[in-house]
Design a protein around this ligand. Sequence first.
Ligand SMILES: Nc1ncnc2c1ncn2[C@@H]1O[C@H](COP(=O)(O)OP(=O)(O)OP(=O)(O)O)[C@@H](O)[C@H]1O
Length: 251
Amino acid sequence: MNLERIITVRNLFVSYGHHRVLKGINLDIYKNRITAIMGPSGCGKSTLLRCLNRMIDLSEGARIKGQVLYRGENIYSPKVDPAHIRFRIGMVFQKPNPFPKSIFENVAFGPRINGYKGDLSALVEQSLQRAGLWDEVKDRLHENAYMLSGGQQQRLCIARALALEPEVLLLDEPCSALDPISTMHVEELIRQLKERLTIVIVTHNIQQAARVADYTAFLLQGELVEFGETSAMFTVPKDKRTEDFITGRFG
Ligand SMILES: Nc1ncnc2c1ncn2[C@@H]1O[C@H](COP(=O)(O)OP(=O)(O)OP(=O)(O)O)[C@@H](O)[C@H]1O
């Protein structure tokens, strides 16, 4: 099987003030695959995710050492524009955070401010289709996004990210605020999206990693304990700590 590395994390350390949160992480993210970052609360999952598209720059007091290569280029090099990186590597957060605007405007906003020259209505429709939301909203595009359910709002946020046609999508616990049915919809959507994109999803939910991810990284107290194919890790974990975590002995 031909796996292409799209992101490579090399010897990454992150501290907030004197608190070292990531301790020498090395990790490969493969193109058109879903990678889960799993681990107990506070182990550094979101911090690692935020390092992958320089969102970490916005966290006050964060200091980064090491490299994150995107298509072979270190995104922390001074010549790299973080806005460009965030454009190519989009992000969806834990809590759905639509803008206080119409459903249409939520999706159209990013492309418009980035000077999109094509047919905006067609792009909005396509993005909502890809996010599995079109049929539910096509007759109410001009209603305020806050009228949607939590699960629909999260799929709208995914559509908003997709409208910028990113190559990689980072999802930070995208289902933690959703009910089981909405979670199922979002997980199904994530599986469909990997045909076009590369996905990295943070989850503290072991079952979710097992259900959706091709690869899983297990993080504990800022260290990468184990990384590999999800099916192998869940059947024959290499590290005792991974085994303890997936069998529910802690976390
Ligand atoms: N901006 C910040 N300033 C200071 N400390 C922070 C900041 N963000 C995170 N931390 C600390 O860094 C550690 C790792 O946090 P992080 O959010 O990356 O973990 P996590 O595994 O995603 O946790 P959770 O599952 O609870 O969201 C925690 O101890 C947290 O308190």
